[in-house]
Design a protein around this ligand. Structure first.
Ligand code: ADP
Ligand code: ADP
Length: 229
């Protein structure tokens, strides 16, 4: 009953003597609405894997199935639709638009959606209600990351892809951001894939995939999930 099924994924960069195999026959699958953590040392291929799943990079071999859709079979038009409507992205850096308010930044993620979430309710869930008319430079790093999560989630994507979302934040703020991602997962049921090199996050995940040198080293379902809050 997998929602995301990755099979035999390979990726190479470079050519000739500098050819590097970044992903080597990577396979794993994830059930709907689960929170999966993708761990591994720097350079192990985590971001590359995430970017291929998100449709912003392409694999050299293998297949990715999301729901009833096979990613490699989509033409450019469908791939664009897929990226816009079904995938939300959160990065380590917030990439907010400086001259738009919190509300307006979040709304930029909504107008391409068929069925966006209620922005006012979302802003409350994000803990940004009192800050909704402020500009990014009036916010802390943690608050800015909340805005970028809001922008990614407002289109209610099937898949929320997070690449080191707490990488620029201190320990306490990171915990708050993780608790927020859990709340969103529980409230809206998005399937979440989070790249991190912080092993401390593992107990909070439903599913833990460990990547090493482009290969899956371990793939574990966590039956003793604890909450970050
Ligand atoms: P991680 O996210 O685990 O740190 P990445 O997926 O970012 O790993 O990178 C895996 C390897 O692929 C690294 O050695 C990196 O230098 C290389 N790589 C990533 N993107 C590119 C690219 N666009 N061109 C060439 N090499 C790349
Ligand atoms: P169209 O209107 O051309 O059928 P859609 O916007 O409905 O395109 O879908 C764009 C692409 O995303 C399609 O290839 C579709 O199969 C795929 N897709 C549809 N629903 C989902 C979903 N819930 N999760 C992931 N991908 C989906």
């Amino acid at each position: 009953n997998a929602f995301l099924k990755v099979e035999g994924l390979c990726k190479e960069y470079g050519n000739g003597d500098s050819l590097q195999q970044v992903l080597k026959e990577v396979s794993f699958s994830l059930n709907k609405s689960k929170f999966c953590v993708l761990l591994g040392p720097s350079g192990s291929g985590k971001s590359t894997l995430l970017n291929i799943i998100g449709g912003i990079d392409t694999a050299d071999c293998g297949t990715i199935q999301i729901g009833n859709t096979v990613l490699e079979t989509m033409d450019d038009k469908h791939l664009t639709q897929y990226r816009r409507k079904y995938v939300g992205y959160v990065f380590q850096m917030y990439h907010l638009i400086p001259n738009l308010t919190v509300t307006e930044n979040i709304e930029t993620g909504a107008y391409i959606a068929d069925d966006p979430l209620d922005v006012r309710e979302l802003i409350q869930i994000l803990g940004l209600w009192d800050h909704r008319d402020k500009f990014p430079n009036q916010l802390s790093g943690g608050q800015q990351q909340r805005v970028s999560i809001g922008r990614a989630i407002v289109k209610n994507p099937s898949l929320l892809l997070c690449d080191e979302p707490t990488g620029a934040l201190d320990y306490h703020t990171s915990k708050e951001i993780l608790a927020l991602i859990e709340t969103i997962n529980a409230r809206y049921g998005n399937t979440i894939l989070m790249v991190t090199h912080n092993e401390a996050i593992c107990p909070m995940a439903d599913h833990i995939v460990h990547l090493h040198d482009g290969q899956i080293r371990s793939d574990t379902v966590n039956h003793e999930k604890v909450t970050a809050a």
